[in-house]
Design a protein around this ligand. Structure first.
Ligand code: HEC
Ligand code: HEC
Length: 346
C-alpha cells in the first residue's frame, strides 16, 4: 500500500504548476544553479548551495508528510501510521550504525531512494543523486545533534560463511536455532516453532530450558517507541520489512538494531563461551548471517494476499482527535477482517 514515487512526483509537479515530470521540474527550479553540468556540481558548489537545493526538493516532495518544520506533522501525517519521521529529534531507525547513534549520509540516502515498504514513505529513486544529497543535507539542518555529535562508526560486517553456497538450507536451519535459542527474538517477534523446539534450541545455544512462555507466542509483543507511539515488531510471514529484504539489508538491520525502538543492537552480543575449554564458541558473529537468511526465508513464505481472518490491525491509523472528542470504540475482529485488505504491491 505504498505510494509510488512517480505518482507523488506527478501530483506534486502539477500542484506546483510545473510541467515535464520529476527530473525536468527539479532541474528547472528557479534557485538551482544550472550553469554547470550536474555531475560536476557537487565538487564545486558549497554546502549552503546543496542545502538550498535540498530545501527546494523538500518543499516539493516531503513537506506534505514531514512538515515544513521537519517535525513529522505535515498535513497528511494525521492519517498515517507509522507516523512520518520527526527530523527535529533525529531518531533515525534504519542505520548502519549502532542503535541510538546518528545514521550515515548513505543510510539516509538509502531510505529516501528506496522508500520504506509497509509505511507511507515512498521511494524517490527518480530523483538525481545530487538532489538526494541535497535532501540529506537539508534534513540534517532540523536537529542540532548533527553538529554536536561525532559521526558514529558503522557496525562491523562479519564474514558471511554462507554466501558462496547457493543452497541456503544450512544457513536457514542455523538461523532458526539462533533466532529461537540464543537471541530469543521471539520475546518481541513471533516464535515460528513449538515451545518444545524452543527449549531444544535454548539448550543447544548454552542456555537453560524454560517452563513459562508468553501466551501469544505466535503473535508480536507491541512495544512503545521513544516517542511513545506503539510499534509492532515485524511478523516476517505477514508484514513488510521496511528497510529492504536483500540479505545485506537484513544483516544490517538485525546487527545494528533500530534507533528509538525496542529492537536492540545484536552485533556486539554474539559470543557464548564454548562448553569445553578450548572448544569453538556456541554462538558466533557469523550467526547474524544465519539469522538474516532465516528471516529472509520467513519473508519468502509471505502470501501474496493475506488469508481471510489475518486482519491487519496494525495497519490501522491510530486515532487522533482534531476536535477533542474521545476515541471511538476499537473495531471488532469481524469488522477489521472486512475493512482491511492487504495486497502485495509488486
Ligand atoms: C506520503 C508520506 C511521506 C512522504 C511524501 C515522505 N515521507 Fe519520509 N517517511 C514517511 C513515513 C511514514 C516515515 C516513517 C516510516 C517508519 O517509521 O517506518 C518516513 C520516514 C522517513 C525517514 C526516516 C528513515 C529512518 O531511518 O528512520 C527519512 C530520512 C525520510 N522519511 C525522508 C523523506 C524525504 C527526504 C522525503 C521527500 C523526498 C520524504 N521522506 C517524503 C512518510 C513520507
Ligand atoms: C525487545 C524487542 C525486540 C527484540 C528482542 C527483537 N526485535 Fe526486531 N524489531 C522490534 C521492533 C519493535 C521492530 C519494529 C520497529 C518499527 O517498525 O518501528 C523490529 C523490527 C525488526 C526487523 C524489521 C526491520 C525493518 O526494516 O522493517 C527485523 C528484520 C528484525 N526486527 C529482526 C529481529 C531479529 C532477527 C531479532 C533477534 C535477533 C530481533 N529482531 C529481536 C523489536 C525487537
Amino acid at each position: 500500500m505504498r505510494w509510488k514515487a512517480a505518482t507523488v512526483g506527478v501530483v506534486v509537479a502539477a500542484a506546483a504548476g510545473a510541467a515535464g515530470g520529476l527530473g525536468a521540474c527539479s532541474r528547472s527550479a528557479p534557485d538551482v544553479d544550472t550553469s554547470r553540468p550536474r555531475d560536476e556540481g557537487i565538487r564545486f558548489t558549497s554546502v549552503e548551495t546543496l542545502v538550498k537545493e535540498g530545501e527546494t526538493a523538500y518543499v516539493r516532495h516531503c513537506v506534505g508528510c514531514h512538515g515544513a518544520a521537519g517535525d513529522g506533522k505535515g498535513e497528511a501525517a494525521t492519517f498515517l501510521f507509522p507516523k512520518p519521521r520527526n527530523f527535529t529529534l533525529a531518531h533515525f531507525k534504519f542505520s548502519s550504525t549502532r542503535s541510538g547513534r546518528l545514521p550515515t549520509d548513505a543510510d539516509l540516502k538509502r531510505s529516501i531512494r528506496n522508500g520504506l515498504k509497509g509505511s507511507a514513505m515512498p521511494g524517490f529513486s527518480a530523483l538525481s543523486e545530487r538532489t538526494l544529497d541535497g535532501l540529506v543535507a537539508y534534513i540534517k539542518t532540523f536537529s542540532p545533534k548533527w553538529a554536536s555529535q561525532d559521526t558514529a562508526p558503522p557496525i562491523p560486517i562479519h564474514e558471511d560463511p554462507y554466501r558462496s553456497n547457493p543452497d541456503k538450507t544450512e544457513a536457514i536451519r542455523r538461523g532458526e536455532v539462533v533466532y529461537h535459542g540464543y537471541v530469543t527474538c521471539w520475546s518481541c517477534h513471533p516464535a515460528y516453532v513449538s515451545t518444545e523446539k524452543i527449549n531444544e534450541y535454548l539448550v543447544a545455544c548454552g542456555s537453560e530450558s524454560r517452563s513459562g512462555f508468553r501466551p501469544n507466542l505466535d503473535g508480536v509483543e507491541v512495544k512503545p517507541n521513544v516517542e511513545g507511539e506503539l510499534v509492532y515488531p515485524t511478523d516476517f510471514r505477514r508484514d513488510f520489512v521496511r528497510s529492504g529484504s536483500q540479505i545485506d539489508d537484513l544483516y544490517r538491520v538485525i546487527s545494528a538494531g533500530l534507533t528509538g525502538t525496542a529492537m536492540p543492537t545484536w552485533v556486539d552480543a554474539m559470543h557464548v563461551a564454548a562448553k569445553e575449554p578450548g572448544g569453538p564458541p556456541l554462538v558466533q558473529p557469523s550467526d547474524l548471517w544465519a539469522m538474516a537468511y532465516y528471516v529472509q526465508d520467513l519473508i519468502a513464505q509471505r502470501p501474496p494476499k493475506l488469508k481471510e481472518g489475518a486482519y491487519a490491525l496494525r495497519s490501522r491509523p491510530q486515532w487522533i482527535s482534531l476536535t477533542g472528542e474521545p476515541a471511538p470504540a476499537p473495531p471488532t475482529e469481524k469488522q477489521d477482517a472486512e475493512a482491511v485488505e492487504f495486497i502485495e504491491d509488486e
